[in-house]
Write a protein that binds this ligand. Structure first.
Ligand code: GUN
Length: 291
């Protein structure tokens, strides 16, 4: 059996179109233009690419985009002052501080300075707590995107065995919370898990979010399982020429697709969903702010 390839790129395009319609309706009915502020400290190349894509897509769906680029040596107090200003700005409904931040800055302190109502990344402890207790939260964009793809492919997730590999605050933990709320039996596996391949083989839903290229092998996948690959890893690709790279996920795609029922590709799977969900979260924040 060869797995169905889950087309995240197409799904994300549909979601962006829907967000665009909601933005148009908010403008027409309430004169409200949702606005997203993105803060980038330093010049990390990957972060610069993300921030550029976010800004472009924000404008494409009709929202206001505010970009703040700060020097890599920016003191923490200055960043906190900017966050405070954005918290008070009525034109800003969503605030995203791009991670990673430079070493002089205490990331937790900055994330927790963001008004939870504007925390479109869902990284504030208030939002993490609301999600963990099943209340109305801002949900982190990558796990939200994974969840939407799973719902689209499977429908009712109730009673399914889900294994999440990776326990980060950004992906693994919120992903586990979403699956638990959907009545899955959830295992969070990580680098210290004993017999990781055996644990993965139990999964009807396998989510890989570890940031290790092609770590999850084909024989870790239960036949017919739905595999969601969150990893985006750049590895050398000498076959493409000197100094060339290619993107691979955390799952050995060619092996896994022979076993799985459905699988997300890298690129074109989870990646495009993250920004689409960020835009959706910003519209949600604008609607809530407007009452
Ligand atoms: N860096 C990589 N991914 C993300 C993300 O989703 N949000 C933020 N703020 N920073 C990131």
């Amino acid at each position: 059996m060869t797995a169905e390839i889950i087309d995240g790129k197409a799904f994300a395009a549909g979601l962006r179109a829907q967000v665009g319609e909601e933005v148009a309706a908010l403008k027409a009915r309430h004169g409200l233009k949702p606005g997203l502020a993105v803060v980038l400290v330093g010049e990390d190349p990957a972060s610069q690419v993300y921030v550029r894509n976010k800004a472009r897509q924000t404008v494409e769906v009709g929202m206001a985009s505010f970009e703040h680029r700060l020097d890599v040596a920016t003191p923490q107090a200055e960043l906190l002052a900017l966050v405070e200003r954005l918290n008070r700005d009525p034109e800003v409904h969503g605030i995203l501080v791009q991670l990673p931040l430079p070493d002089q800055i205490d990331t937790a302190k900055v994330l927790d300075a963001i008004d939870p109502a504007k925390d479109v990344d869902g990284f504030h402890v208030i939002n993490a707590g609301l999600l963990a207790t099943g209340q109305k939260a801002m949900v982190p964009c990558t796990p939200l995107g994974c969840y939407m793809l799973l719902k689209e492919r499977i429908g009712d997730l109730s009673g399914l065995e889900a294994v999440v590999v990776g326990r980060s605050n950004i992906v693994g933990k919120p992903m586990a919370q979403l699956l638990l709320q959907a009545n899955c039996t959830v295992t969070v596996a990580h680098s210290r898990t004993r017999d990781l391949p055996g644990v993965c083989r139990r999964a009807d839903i396998l989510v890989a979010a570890v940031g290790r290229p092609e770590m999850v092998r084909g024989d870790w996948v239960k036949p017919g399982a739905t595999v969601i690959d969150v990893g985006i890893n750049r590895i050398p690709a000498p076959e493409r020429g000197e100094g060339k790279h290619r993107l691979v996920g955390d799952v050995a795609f060619e092996e896994a697709r022979e076993v799985a029922g459905a699988i997300t590709p890298v690129p074109g799977g989870v990646g495009p969903m993250t920004i689409a969900c960020l835009l959706a979260n910003t519209v949600t924040a604008a609607c809530r702010a407007h009452g």
